[in-house]
Design a protein around this ligand. Structure first.
Ligand code: GTP
Ligand code: MG
Length: 199
């Protein structure tokens, strides 16, 4: 699958204020700075589409993008960014929780994990929460360009070993880099497959 036209639809602070969608939606989540917005831009071949920043906490709202008038992408705020106030952090998690539980057209969530850091409790807790809440997801290991292939494989192994303690069957896992476009084809194909099973 190729994306021809991606356009920004708008930003919302609450899931119940978002436009009703009659098309499949795919969302991207993960810790602040993990590379959600960069991955969306990489998938869409559109550098300035989702705002990115070297400083964590850039995306603070639910941002929607229309893709080829056929499906939507939602860029979610990062979770677990310690520098925002406690109140704001709470707001983030409620905002995210509501979105994930109420968004009827959400087909799949991409949970991004930075391959350079060992498995974090926060990520594992979030993944387990998604499992308990029946939210379909794929794990995406990000920033692979910053590691050697051996380090990438080791990192994936560590994440999967941590998940094996809870999960009988491991969720799908895709390695990616927004710099080299690694994983682009695979993620777009995955999206297409998901849409095939929806239609
Ligand atoms: N080398 C490398 N850098 C990346 C990659 N993806 C993102 N970055 C960098 O990581 C930083 C954060 O990227 P964003 O895409 O803004 O991250 P985010 O997850 O959307 O962050 P928040 O919106 O703050 O939660 C930026 O400086 C990006 O250039 C990647 O695949 N490789
Ligand atoms: Mg962002």
């Amino acid at each position: 699958m190729e994306i021809k036209k991606a356009t920004f639809k708008g930003s919302w602070e609450r899931a119940d204020q978002m436009p009703d969608a009659r098309v499949p939606e795919f969302a991207f989540i993960g810790r602040s700075n993990v590379g959600k917005s960069s991955l969306i831009n990489m998938l869409c071949n559109h550098k300035g589409l989702a705002k990115t920043s070297a400083q964590p906490g850039k995306t603070q709202t639910l941002n929607l993008f229309d893709i080829d008038n056929k499906w939507w992408i939602c860029d979610l705020p990062g979770y677990g960014y310690a520098k925002v106030s406690k109140e704001k952090r709470f707001k983030f998690s409620k905002m995210i929780e509501h979105y994930l539980q109420k968004r009827e057209n959400l087909v799949n969530l991409f949970i991004l994990i930075d391959l350079r850091i060992p498995p974090q409790k926060l990520d594992l807790d979030f993944i387990n929460w998604c499992g308990e809440n029946g939210i379909p997801f794929m794990l995406v290991g990000t920033k692979a360009d910053k590691l050697s292939p051996t380090q990438v494989a080791l990192s994936q192994e560590k994440i999967e070993a941590a998940l094996s303690e809870v999960w009988v069957e491991l969720p799908p896992f895709q390695i990616s880099s927004s710099e080299t476009k690694q994983g682009r084809k695979e993620i777009l194909n995955f999206i297409q497959e998901c849409m095939g099973s929806v239609n």
